[in-house]
Ligand binder design. Sequence first.
Ligand code: ADP
Length: 260
Amino acid sequence: FTYAEEDKSMRPAVNNVSYTVYEGEWVAIVGHNGSGKSTLARLMNGLLFPQTGKVRVFGEPLDEQSLWDTRSQMGMVFQNPDNQFVGATVQDDVAFALENNGVPFEEMVERVKRSLLKVKMSDFMNSEPHHLSGGQKQRVAIAGAIALQPKILLLDEATSMLDPQGRDEVLSTVQQLRAETDLTVISITHDLEEALLADRVIMMNQGNKYAEGKPEEIFQRGQELVDLGLDLPFAMNVSRLLKKQGVTLVAEHMSEEELV
Ligand code: ADP
């Protein structure tokens, strides 16, 4: 996919990238700024269509015809928690898309309740969204997405504007949702710590797929990740810098959690 197709001098934002996400998996797409992650997200939900190649969702080519069906199966949570609210209260906000989709009133009330319970935001049902913390806002955004009962949850840099506590809240919400349901999660992130939680990592660089594998396989690349402009998780960074000075910090019996 190239943004201005007529401009031949432009390099494709996404080039020759091929991957599959399996049902029930959590796949993290990582890469530094400009590596093509958001373009991939837009290609996956049909905000953009590739000039060559195909996107298949649930095995079917994503095109103008299948677009709305696909979107209804794909919940999206975006980067900026403040840009996602339409309702005056938390419950109105979660109900908004359901109302638009013609879900009957009683079912709507039930789904709003259930979704807020799942993200542990039931106590804030009547709160005004702008009074919430960043992490709470994103949890409400997740509730809004899962209320539609999608098969896929697509998180596009959903934690990148949050403080560490907010980020942990959102990530543990996603982990808990996955433990309770067969939700497929695709998270687009430049945060390698977030990627550690995924089942599989796809690494982008300059519009190409640079690597793909389990988090531990990707993390073994150490310095290579730094060279690609990615920030290593804190504990890895400390350990790596000390290693340069001949100090091995992580003893075999010591877990990364203990180290942190
Ligand atoms: P990432 O999400 O990894 O930061 P993007 O997908 O946003 O990467 O960007 C990939 C490339 O496409 C970059 O070179 C970027 O400048 C370019 N790009 C992104 N959005 C647009 C746009 N709307 N118009 C033109 N070029 C764009």
